[in-house]
Design a protein around this ligand. Structure first.
Ligand code: FES
Length: 118
């Protein structure tokens, strides 16, 4: 596994993302509430550029809320631009297919540099 510098903390403020190719792999690097996460820019559904999708929240309705829809996971959800599957960036889990999860790449910050291991 090799570690690559993908930018600086200043270049990736909270709520931003950057798509990079490192080690021959296209990856989306996200800053979610000050923590960095990296996911493959490849949706397992039909290969869409997942990380290019919008980042936001998702809607749930539970018995506890009286089945009233509520926005949750604000800033943690990326939506695949091809067919709309939602993924939690922090866990890699597909929200519509709970058994499915994306690979996550290790990200760490060293001396203000954001580094991803591939
Ligand atoms: S390719 Fe991502 S939802 Fe279909």
């Amino acid at each position: 596994m090799t570690e690559y510098v993908v930018g600086t903390v200043d270049e990736l403020p909270v709520g931003s993302k950057r798509i990079v190719t490192v080690g021959g792999v296209e990856i989306g690097v996200f800053n979610v509430k000050g923590q960095f996460y990296a996911l493959p820019n490849h949706c397992f559904h039909q290969g869409g550029p997942l990380c290019e999708g919008n980042v936001g929240a998702t809607v749930v309705a539970t018995k506890e809320s009286g089945w009233k829809p509520e926005w949750v996971q604000e800033g943690e959800v990326v939506v695949c631009p091809w067919h709309g599957l939602e993924f939690n960036i922090t866990t890699g889990r597909c929200l519509g297919r709970r058994h499915a999860r994306l690979r996550r790449y290790r990200v760490r910050v060293v001396d203000g540099q954001v580094r991803v291991s591939v």
